[in-house]
Ligand binder design. Structure first.
Ligand SMILES: [Fe+2]
Length: 194
């Protein structure tokens, strides 16, 4: 059992515990994404390098703030925010970020896929706050969802000339397809075959 703290917030202990358990996985994913955005900020090279170098840092800044919001919400409810690198590595459910030396497009694709996965998980967490009955946490998660989806768009727009249409990506990601993320990265070859 993890240590909890007294918290004066007038919410039942049951609700506090459920919200803390709901938020900590989002905190882990957010910290994972923050580090990924920094990694891309440092390691991307290629066309549009400088604008994307700056944009990756903007996205990282947003994620850092979001991680802080989540950690402080957990603390406000008497919980322990699980934000160590070891805990994040154990808990995050994002796809592993395996790119070291890679093109800007590959880094953008990797971050876009994980941002979209994070947004999807946030939507489920928002539904859960409805069931638990904590609109304050719902408000925090909704704000994060809007920003994450906006950042996804800002990054994804750089792939407009090098990525297949979304329907094609979804077909490839479907069972029997050849995998979403890998397929998206290989689009230039796919385009050549069309
Ligand atoms: Fe920097």
């Amino acid at each position: 059992m993890r240590k909890t703290y007294p918290a004066a917030v007038k919410v039942s202990n049951d609700t506090k515990q459920k919200i803390v358990e709901l938020i900590n996985p989002s905190l882990a994913r957010t910290i994972d994404l923050f580090l990924e955005a920094k990694h891309a900020h440092w390691n991307s090279k290629g066309k549009q390098f400088y604008s994307l170098h700056l944009l990756f840092d903007v996205v990282a800044k947003h994620l850092r703030k979001q991680a802080d919001d989540l950690g402080e919400r957990v603390a406000s409810l008497g919980g322990v925010a699980q934000g160590t690198v070891q805990e994040v590595a154990r808990t995050t459910d994002l796809q592993p970020y395996e790119l070291g030396s890679a093109s800007v497009d590959d880094h953008v694709s990797a971050i876009v896929e994980n941002l979209a996965q994070h947004a999807s998980a946030l939507r489920k967490a928002i539904d859960r706050t409805e069931e638990i009955g904590d609109l304050a946490t719902q408000e925090i998660l909704l704000t994060h969802l809007c920003k994450v989806e906006q950042d996804t768009w800002l990054l994804e727009s750089h792939l407009a000339d090098s990525r297949p249409p979304i329907r094609e990506r979804e077909e490839r990601a479907a069972p029997g397809g050849n995998g979403g993320r890998a397929a998206a990265r290989k689009h230039p070859e796919a385009a050549a075959q069309r």
